[in-house]
Design a protein around this ligand. Structure first.
Ligand code: HEM
Length: 441
C-alpha cells in the first residue's frame, strides 16, 4: 500500500551522484580502488563520507560519488547473510553475466582492459566538476582519503572531459532523454511521460509494479541505495564516418543516415519533431527537445523503429514489453581526444564514452535493455536487426530506414562501439556508508 515512507525519497540520505545530472561541461574521473586490508577499507570510508554530498544538498558544482562491487562488499567484511540478500546478477558482476548480455567475441571479458572485470575492482570513486580547477581540488580531497592507507590501492583511473564540441565522440549531443522521478526534484523534460515511481531508481520505495522490492539487508544497508553500472565503451568514429561516406549520395545524405541511426540530429533535435533537417534551436531547447511521443509515427517514417533512441526508449511505440519497467538514468561522459572533423582514417587513439547506468533493478533495466533492445530486434518486429549505433554488429548488420515509396535498407553494419569492460556496483546511501565504515566483523 502506498505510504509516504515508501513513496517519497529521503533525499538527504541519498548520494548526490545517484540522482544529480552532471554539469553541462565537465572534467571528471573514475578511480578504481582495491581493499587489501579490512580496517583500512573502513577507515577510507570514514574519511570519505564527509566529502560526499547528498541529493538534498544545495547544488555543489563539483562532487564525489562512491559505489562498491560485490567483491568490494566482501573485502569490507559485510556479513554473509547481507551478501546473500543482494540480487544474483549483482553478485556475479558484469564479467560473470557476459554471456547473458551479449558481451562475447571482441566484447568478451577476456578482451577487457585490466583490471576491469577482475575481482580486484572493489570501489568506484567518481569525481565530476564543471572545470579543471574544481576538478583538481576534488581529486586532491579524494586522494587524501586513501593515499596514506597502505591497505587501499588505486588500481585504475579513467579521466573524462567534455569534448570542445560538447557532443559525444560521434558528433551528437547526448544526455537529453532522461526519466522524471517522483519526489526527486529533477526537472521533467517530457510532459507526455508521467514521472516514474521512486522505487525504479532508489531502493526501499514503491516501484512501477506497485511493490517495494525486497532490498539488501539489513534495511539500513539497502534503503536509499541504488545500483550503478559502468562500461568503458570505445567508439570507432572513423569507421562510423566511413560507413556513411561509402553509402551516402551526398554530404547531406551522410548526415541524414547518421541521424536516422541515432534518432536525433547532431544538435540533439529529435527526428520525431524535425524529420527533414537539423534544427539547432530545437536541439538546444531543454523544454522542447524531449517533449514528444512516437504515436503519430507508427511506421517510423520520421524516426526509424530501429534507431538508437527509439530502441532504447520506445515511448508509446507498439512493442512487445512494458516500456516503463525498463527506464534508466544515464550519466555518460566522454573520454579521449576528438577525431578532428572530416578525418576518415582511424588515428589509433582510444576515445569513447564512460557509460553509467543508475537504477534499482540491474536485471530488468540495464540487462534487459542491453540484451533485448540493443542486441535483439524481436521486440519491434525486426529480429535480424541490432542497435545500429551500439549493437554487437559483425559487418553483416542491417538497419531499415522506413521511407516512401520504398524503404532503404542499410547493410553490412560493423560494430561502431566496443565494450572495454565495466562492473556492476552498489551505490549505498550515506547512512549505509556509515554502517559499512563501522562494521565490526
Ligand atoms: C558509445 C555508446 C553510446 C553512444 C555514443 C550513445 C549515444 C546516444 C545519443 C546521441 C543519444 C541521444 C541523446 C539523448 O537522448 O540523450 C542517446 C540516447 C539514449 N541512449 Fe545512448 N549511447 C551509447 C550507449 C548507450 C547504452 C549502452 C545504453 C543502454 C544500455 C544507451 C541508452 C540510451 C537511452 C536510454 C537514451 C535515451 C532515449 C530517449 O529517452 O529517447 N545508450 N544515446
Amino acid at each position: 500500500m502506498p505510504t509516504e515512507t515508501n513513496t517519497t525519497p529521503e533525499l538527504n540520505h541519498i548520494q548526490a551522484g545517484a540522482l544529480r545530472p552532471r554539469p553541462k561541461t565537465y572534467r571528471g574521473a573514475y578511480f578504481l580502488l582495491r581493499i587489501d586490508d579490512r580496517p583500512a577499507g573502513r577507515e577510507f570510508l570514514r574519511r570519505l563520507i564527509p566529502a560526499l554530498a547528498s541529493a538534498a544538498d544545495p547544488d555543489r558544482p563539483a562532487w564525489l560519488a562512491t559505489s562498491l562491487s560485490f567483491q568490494g562488499l566482501k573485502a569490507l567484511g559485510v556479513p554473509q547473510e547481507s551478501l546473500d540478500s543482494f540480487p544474483p546478477e549483482f553478485q556475479q558482476g558484469m564479467a560473470g553475466r557476459a554471456a547473458d548480455i551479449g558481451d562475447t567475441g571482441e566484447n568478451a571479458p577476456d578482451q577487457w582492459e585490466q583490471p576491469l572485470g577482475s575481482p580486484d575492482v572493489h570501489i568506484v570513486l567518481a569525481a565530476i566538476a564543471p572545470d579543471a580547477a574544481q576538478f583538481e581540488a576534488i581529486v586532491a580531497r579524494a586522494h587524501d582519503t586513501f593515499s596514506d592507507l597502505p591497505g587501499v590501492s588505486l588500481i585504475w583511473r579513467q579521466d573524462v572531459a567534455t569534448l570542445p564540441t560538447e557532443r559525444d565522440p560521434f558528433g551528437f549531443k547526448d544526455g537529453i532523454g532522461q526519466p522524471a522521478i517522483e519526489g526527486s526534484g529533477l526537472p521533467a523534460t517530457n510532459p507526455h511521460e508521467a514521472p516514474l515511481k521512486a522505487g525504479e531508481f532508489i531502493l526501499g520505495y514503491q516501484d512501477e509494479t506497485g511493490d517495494v522490492l525486497p532490498g539488501p539487508q539489513p534495511d539500513v544497508l539497502g534503503r536509499n541505495g541504488t545500483y550503478m553500472v559502468f562500461r568503458k565503451l570505445h567508439t570507432r568514429v572513423a569507421a562510423f564516418r566511413q560507413y556513411m561516406r561509402e553509402r551516402a549520395t551526398s554530404p547531406a545524405d551522410e548526415e541524414r543516415i547518421a541521424a536516422k541511426i541515432v534518432g536525433r540530429w547532431p544538435s540533439g533535435a529529435p527526428m520525431a519533431l524535425a524529420p527533414e533537417q537539423d534544427d539547432p534551436e530545437l536541439g538546444a531547447a531543454p523544454h522542447r527537445n524531449n517533449a514528444f511521443l512516437y504515436g503519430d509515427d507508427a511506421r517510423g517514417l520520421k524516426c526509424p523503429l530501429g534507431s538508437h533512441v527509439r530502441r532504447m526508449h520506445p515511448r508509446d511505440s507498439a512493442i512487445v514489453g512494458e516500456v516503463r519497467l525498463h527506464r534508466m538514468l544515464r550519466r555518460g561522459t566522454s573520454y579521449g581526444p576528438p577525431l578532428p572533423q572530416g578525418v576518415l582514417e582511424d588515428d589509433g587513439a582510444d576515445r569513447g564514452i564512460m557509460f553509467a547506468f543508475l537504477g534499482a533493478h540491474i536485471a530488468r533495466q540495464f540487462e534487459f535493455v542491453q540484451a533485448q533492445w540493443v542486441n535483439d530486434g524481436k521486440f519491434f518486429g525486426a529480429p535480424a536487426e541490432k542497435d545500429p549505433l551500439i549493437g554487437a554488429n559483425d559487418g553483416s548488420g542491417q538497419f531499415t530506414i522506413p521511407q516512401q515509396p520504398i524503404r532503404r535498407r542499410m547493410q553490412g553494419l560493423p560494430a561502431f562501439v566496443v565494450n572495454r569492460g565495466g562492473e556492476y556496483c552498489f551505490m549505498p546511501s550515506l547512512p549505509a556508508l556509515h554502517w559499512l565504515a563501522n562494521l565490526d566483523t
